[in-house]
Design a protein around this ligand. Structure first.
Ligand code: OAD
Length: 363
């Protein structure tokens, strides 16, 4: 866990900030987003934060304050779905995992992704020490790194966010092997759904169909006026011109002039309704593939546990994260670079030619 993503003491006790954060309200029937690295922020926001991961994997119960998406309800779901240990699929190699994916009966793969799938496209992730976004926000003079994604902070000072938006503007980046891999699963009739925390729109760009894509933290491709709620596409020339001209994009509706906020889920906002379908989707998964995420932000992080112990799970990441730390019987961990891991997996699947055809198509 990157030390830098913790909220500094002085920020936690800054009365201005606490006033601002304290005034945020959340729909208490749903758990709002929170960052487990920032426990004090969650408390201040009165977010229904899930408890930390259970200590022995997918089926363990742990106490929580969340209503529907509590660790407890997730664990109960796991209990209902659990099967005897002898039914647990044990993978001994990545080749073995590929063989499972290749089975005709494997048709409902759920992919769960984070910022690590876009680093090979040149977009920094959030928490990698040194290179992650939260270690590189000093120039924005924020009270704490996550403030750049805190709604009340944005309302009072949208400048840092829009300076960052200029650097990360969506049309600057192209998909990489991770996005292509998910598209290959889709082309092969094996993708049930993809849940992504990413806001860069690369999943859309590679052609993951809208009905299969759940952008849990929203997207930067559209924006909404905070005053009149008029919707915009962020590639609209006047918005792009404002961003690249170092101005705050404002609503173009007559006399409105409200600040435009990209449709990404800020801390202090609820996740899109589509996200909550995970409760129906996850139990249908015949394989869960987790790619490039620290599993540090709830409620997203806990959906990887909303399955039975015999659902095979693959993690490809630089580090072991979330409940993968507790060695579930049907988990396979490919620790290291994501592109390398996926290249090997694709080779075992004999999808190399399909991959190169896909990447040529998209250039
Ligand atoms: P993080 O930055 O927290 O985690 C990225 C994970 O990917 C880390 O475990 C990295 O080690 C790993 N990683 C990065 N590059 C990799 C590579 N090339 N190969 C293998 N692993 C790699 O990003 P998320 O988990 O997505 O919310 O963060 C979740 C949310 O926190 C984001 O959606 C964001 C942030 O607050 C927003 O506010 C937009």
């Amino acid at each position: 866990m990157a030390e830098s993503s913790k909220i500094p003491e002085q920020a936690k006790h800054s009365s201005d900030l606490v006033d601002q954060l304290g005034s945020l309200s959340l729909d208490s029937s749903k758990a709002g987003r929170s960052d487990k690295d920032s426990p004090d922020l969650s408390e201040t926001l009165n977010v229904e934060v899930l408890s930390s991961k259970s200590s022995s994997g997918k089926d363990n119960k742990s106490s929580t304050s969340g209503e529907d998406l509590s660790s407890e309800s997730i664990s109960e779901q796991g209990d209902q779905l659990s099967t005897p240990d002898e039914d647990v699929k044990k993978f001994i190699s990545l080749e073995d995992v590929a063989a499972h994916i290749a089975l005709d009966s494997t048709k409902n793969v759920v992919v769960i992704a984070g910022a690590g799938i876009s680093t090979a496209s040149g977009i920094p992730d959030f928490r990698s020490p040194g290179t992650g976004l939260y270690d590189n926000l000093q120039k924005y003079d924020l009270p704490f790194p996550e403030a750049i994604f805190v709604l009340q902070y944005f309302v009072s000072n949208p400048k840092p966010f829009y300076t960052l938006a200029k650097e990360l503007y969506p049309d600057k980046y192209k998909p990489n092997i991770a996005h292509y891999f998910v598209k290959l699963l889709e082309n092969e009739g094996k993708l049930l759904h993809m849940f992504t925390q990413n806001i860069d729109g690369l999943e859309r760009m590679v052609g993951i169909p809208e009905n299969k894509l759940i952008e849990a933290h929203g997207t930067v491709t559209t924006a909404t006026c905070l005053k009149c709620r008029h919707k915009y596409t962020t590639t609209d020339t006047f918005i792009k011109d404002a961003i690249f001209g170092d101005k705050i994009p404002k609503c173009s509706q007559s006399k409105c002039k409200g600040i435009l906020k990209p449709d990404i889920v800020f801390f202090g906002e609820n996740l899109p309704d589509k996200f909550w379908n995970f409760k129906h989707i996850m139990p249908k998964a015949d394989m869960i593939v987790v790619l490039g995420t620290s599993l540090e932000v709830e409620p997203f992080a806990s959906i990887v546990d909303y399955c039975s112990v015999n659902t095979p799970r693959l993690l490809i990441n630089n580090e072991v994260v979330g409940s993968f730390k507790y060695g579930g019987g049907s988990d396979f961990l490919q620790i290291g670079d994501l592109s390398d891991g996926l290249r090997k997996l694709i080779k075992h699947l004999n999808w190399d030619e399909k991959l190169s055809a896909l990447s040529k198509q998209s250039v």
